[in-house]
Ligand binder design. Structure first.
Ligand code: PLP
Length: 391
């Protein structure tokens, strides 16, 4: 029997604020009529401010996987080569989907614990003298590892190599939580989803589309119907939807965007930084006595939305997560693929405050004791000292 609040601290989906739930608790309206068009237009204009783009944004009834696929099928033809910058489970997974569609997928190998190196990208692109690489695919905040990649520096590397490849970036676990500047950073397609920084239920996904990407879509030959950008933009209006528009999602999105604007995007980013830093300080306290450590080793490249915590050899992170859930009603993310059982992941993104982070740290420390994982003490105090000092 679970009591009290369910502490949901996964790195997506995230907690849905009451305000958004209430905004969605309304009757259906006709999605072809003016009332819905006004809501939809407000949403797309708000999204442009969040993505920091003046270019087109398209939305799909899908999870992030759908937006990944939309980007691939609209831009490429069978046999096209794309370069995936390896960062972890999600980067490789995106690339694997390209293979299924007959793309030649090259991986720029990278240590999962470190950010991608712009110099290595530049070198690889300079070698590609015939410009066979049609696109570079990157995950900004790699949700499986907690490493944040330097999007702007990687863009500069592409420019330095004078390479014309499209730049596709997955901002699924960074958008609306960490600064993301689509136009300024020269990102042709940003892929995002509803269930992370936007604080919405899972089920809506987005792509931005630069003019260069739109031009590439004209000649791309992979088959697509539902994802087809041309069809979606056919009515020359972004309010256009392929099929029945999910009006309740738009009710929620309208409220979410209003909440983000009321707080101010910079304040949203600052709050995420603060809560992430408190989490990191707590893990560093556990690290004493050969305890758990932050998986992302470069302090300058630790994501402000998720911290993956690596347990010492021989201890099972899934057992720890199960204790957190069963005994204390706290849900944490698990390790993916090669990190299964090795790490647990604390999501610190979306609708979150200090007590939620402190409660999580305290609970994990209890679970570390129960599993018998060696660890330093004082993680909650380390987080308090930081948060109170910064308050
Ligand atoms: N990319 C990243 C970075 C993610 O974190 C996720 C999901 O967590 C995905 C892609 C896949 O998105 P979805 O689960 O919404 O399909």
């Amino acid at each position: 029997m679970a009591h009290g609040y369910h502490f949901f601290m996964n790195p997506g989906p995230t907690n849905i604020p009451e305000r958004i739930l209430r905004a969605m608790n309304r009757g259906t309206i006709d999605f072809t009529q003016a009332q819905f068009r006004a809501i939809s237009e407000e949403c797309f204009a708000g999204l442009q401010r969040v993505f920091k783009t003046r270019e087109t944004i398209l939305a799909y009834a899908a999870t992030g996987h759908g937006a990944w696929e939309a980007a691939l099928v609209n831009l490429f033809s069978p046999g096209d080569k794309v370069l995936v910058v390896e960062s972890g489970f999600f980067s490789l997974n995106w690339g694997m989907r390209g293979e299924v569609f007959g793309l030649e997928v090259e991986t720029l190998p990278n240590d999962w614990r470190r950010p991608a190196d712009p110099a290595r990208l530049e070198t690889r692109l300079r070698e590609d003298k015939e410009h066979q690489i049609k696109a570079v695919l990157l995950v900004h905040s790699e949700t499986s590892t907690g490493v944040a990649n330097p999007v702007a520096a990687l863009r500069r590397a592409m420019d330095a190599a004078k390479h014309p490849a499209l730049f596709l970036v997955d901002a699924i676990s960074s958008l609306a939580s960490m600064d993301f500047r689509t136009d300024e950073w020269g990102v042709d397609v940003v892929v995002a989803g509803s269930q992370k920084g936007l604080m919405l239920p899972t089920g809506m996904a987005f792509t931005t589309v630069s003019k260069k990407a739109l031009a590439a879509a004209v000649t791309a030959k992979l088959p697509r119907v539902y994802w087809d950008w041309k069809r979606l933009m056919g009515e020359a209006s972004q309010a256009y939807w392929n099929g029945t528009a999910p009006v309740h999602f738009f009710y929620g999105m309208q409220e979410a965007l209003r909440m983000l604007e009321e707080e101010g995007l910079d304040n949203v980013f600052e709050r995420h930084h603060r809560l992430a830093e408190a989490t990191r300080r707590a893990v560093r306290a556990w690290r004493q006595n050969d305890g758990p450590e932050i998986y992302a080793v470069d302090p300058g490249a630790q994501s402000n939305t998720i911290t993956a915590v690596l347990l010492p050899e021989g201890y099972d992170a899934d057992k720890l997560r199960q204790i957190c859930l069963d005994k204390f009603n706290l849900s944490l993310g698990g390790g993916l693929e090669r990190l299964k059982g090795r790490v647990f992941r604390i999501g610190h993104l979306g609708d979150l405050n200090e007590p939620m982070v402190l409660g999580t740290i305290a609970t994990v420390e209890m679970a570390l004791d129960l599993v018998g994982v060696p660890h330093g003490k004082g993680a909650v105090q380390a987080a308090i000292d930081y948060l109170a000092g910064e308050a």
